[in-house]
Ligand binder design. Structure first.
Ligand code: S3P
Length: 199
């Protein structure tokens, strides 16, 4: 009788991380900071990594080289990061809004010992937060052209985000409250994540 072949055993250490995903304005970087503080570790921001590797801001990569060049840089930075995290304690990683919606990135993430947290909010709320941040910081996110296209992109990506291990609603809560809920839901305690890396 022919049963199903068992999945091949992976060799070597697996990547250990808690990956924050969600649309622009979901609070992945802002929410990740108190999460890192409460867990005694620093968060790794993938967009900051991309900027460090490229020596350019995300906006500049989009403006000068286009979105596909950005996606290429994003994938390469993610791959490198996940390799680095293949030992030791768990780290918290904040992804840019489009990263997990790219199948090849989602596959890389799912291949590790990684828990994904979808920071969720409605499209209107996310649009409002992004507009507010743009006004406060005087800089626009590259994909923030119109309310209609923002919503459309949100609808396209939401099914991808819903594949996360855990979904946390973010509306009407402080980043500290959100971090506390994520910690509780994932059963995390202090010092479970590795100290370190400055962004
Ligand atoms: C993007 C979101 C941005 C950044 C880039 C592309 C996206 O990150 O990665 O501008 O495709 O949604 P944030 O989600 O942190 O804004």
């Amino acid at each position: 009788m022919h049963g199903r072949e068992p999945a091949p055993r992976r060799r070597g250490p697996r990547t250990r991380a808690i990956v924050l995903i969600g649309f622009m304005g979901a609070g992945k970087s802002r929410g990740g900071r108190p999460l890192g503080e409460q867990l005694g570790g620093a968060i790794v921001d993938l967009d900051k990594r991309i900027e460090g590797r490229a020596g350019r801001k995300v906006q500049e990569i989009f403006r000068d080289s286009g979105e596909s060049a950005f996606r290429h840089a994003e994938h390469a930075a993610l791959k490198e990061l996940l390799m680095e995290l293949r030992s030791g304690a768990e780290r918290i990683v904040a992804l840019g809004g489009g990263a997990f919606a790219q199948t090849r990135n989602a596959r890389l993430i799912e291949a590790g010992d990684v828990r994904t947290v979808f920071l969720d909010a409605g499209a209107e709320e996310l649009w409002r937060r992004c507009r507010q941040q743009a006004e406060q910081q005087g800089s626009e996110r590259p994909l923030l052209s119109s309310r209609g296209s923002f919503r459309e992109l949100y609808e396209t990506r939401r099914p991808h985000y819903l594949k996360a291990s855990f979904r946390q609603e973010t509306g009407g809560q402080t980043v500290d409250e959100i971090a506390a809920k994520v910690i509780q839901a994932l059963g995390l305690g202090r010092r479970r994540v590795r100290r370190g890396e400055k962004q």
